[in-house]
Ligand binder design. Sequence first.
Ligand SMILES: NC(=O)c1ccc[n+]([C@@H]2O[C@H](COP(=O)([O-])OP(=O)(O)OC[C@H]3O[C@@H](n4cnc5c(N)ncnc54)[C@H](O)[C@@H]3O)[C@@H](O)[C@H]2O)c1
Ligand SMILES: [Zn+2]
Ligand SMILES: [Zn+2]
Length: 383
Amino acid sequence: MKAVVYEGPRHVSVTTVPDARIERHTDVLVRVTTTNICGSDLHMYEGRTDFEPGRVLGHENLGEVVEIGDAVDRVKVGDMVCLPFNISCGFCANCEQGLTAFCLTTNPTPGLAGAAYGYADMGPYNGGQAELLRVPYGDYNCLVLPEDARERQTDYVMLADVWPTGWHATMLACVQPGDTVVVYGAGPVGLMAAYSALLRNASGVMVIDHHPDRLAKAEEIGAIPIDDSRASPVDQILELTQGMGADRGCECVGFQAHDPEGAEHPNMTLNNLVRSVKFTGNIAVVGLFLAHDPGGRNDLYKRGQVAIDYGTFWSKGQTMSTGQCNVKNYNRQLCSLIHEAGARPSWIVSQELGLDDAPKAYAHFDARDKGWTKVVLHPNGAA
Ligand SMILES: NC(=O)c1ccc[n+]([C@@H]2O[C@H](COP(=O)([O-])OP(=O)(O)OC[C@H]3O[C@@H](n4cnc5c(N)ncnc54)[C@H](O)[C@@H]3O)[C@@H](O)[C@H]2O)c1
Ligand SMILES: [Zn+2]
Ligand SMILES: [Zn+2]
């Protein structure tokens, strides 16, 4: 099968690799029709993780079931399914609690919890930027989509990661109707956090970035765009909130947060959040941070240590919640919002391309080139 293979820093190729196949009785085999490139892929693409050359990327996957293992009961050949980026078992202590991002059995590396397709440190599983994908524990992991799935793939594929993750940010930040919410980052995840906060009746959502095209996307849904290259984002938030700060904050950037000139400061968005969220406010961090970052700019960052303004955070009585999204907690309800209630998360899609265009798409998306907000690939031809 054809697949997008990581070759080394800033180098992916579209190559022929052995076909994905059923390996265990509980597996499902999916012919991938739609798969996204994610900001998380870029950390791997840039060589900032332990992702091994030769592996297939892609954790935001949707497609048609073409084969099922002997022990699969619920999912049928021909079903259109969207796969949470988390690979989880359903029977461990964490999965039982809905904490599928921290599954205790699917990541074979001792000391690590949680697995994903084509992802550094999250198990040996190949990704779905390929013609075929093996889905472990298929009955548990497949979200079977409604009858309009084939026509609305760019909406439903957002259920694999970015929409649940944006929603998760608003849950971790305890967004209530009437709240003001500040979102750092107008990439796909930040845009989905803003979308989710508005759906949850926030009274005002402010989105910070320095890419005008991404800020314009935020404005399209009624969020207030804030350009951090013009003035301090903290000052701009304080001005909009009578000096109090926003009720809730969402970090949707991660350890490669940088100033508008491009210099990385992994503590930048965290400290900006501490300053631009109110006393006792909640901060959710869904942007990715690493346990160690050999490519970091100084020794502290290399050890995965981030210097946050803990004293200010403490004296403001704030709460910070973090981590990967437990996609299965939300994907069924968000699917209903698409199917029944007119939600259109595909509004972030900027390009729909074939698999062969992946190297070009990675380069443009990585450069955050104007107009490259969210790339959707169709490995088996037009959807
Ligand atoms: N927790 C999870 O389950 C989960 C899931 C998906 C993605 N992620 C992570 O979320 C983060 C965002 O993903 P994405 O796909 O939107 O990525 P992205 O890289 O496309 O978007 C990040 C945005 O942040 C902006 N930015 C950089 N520095 C900033 C700063 N100092 N202030 C404000 N904005 C700044 C960038 O300009 C960019 O537009 C990544 O770290 C990704 O790995 C986490
Ligand atoms: Zn993703
Ligand atoms: Zn589990």
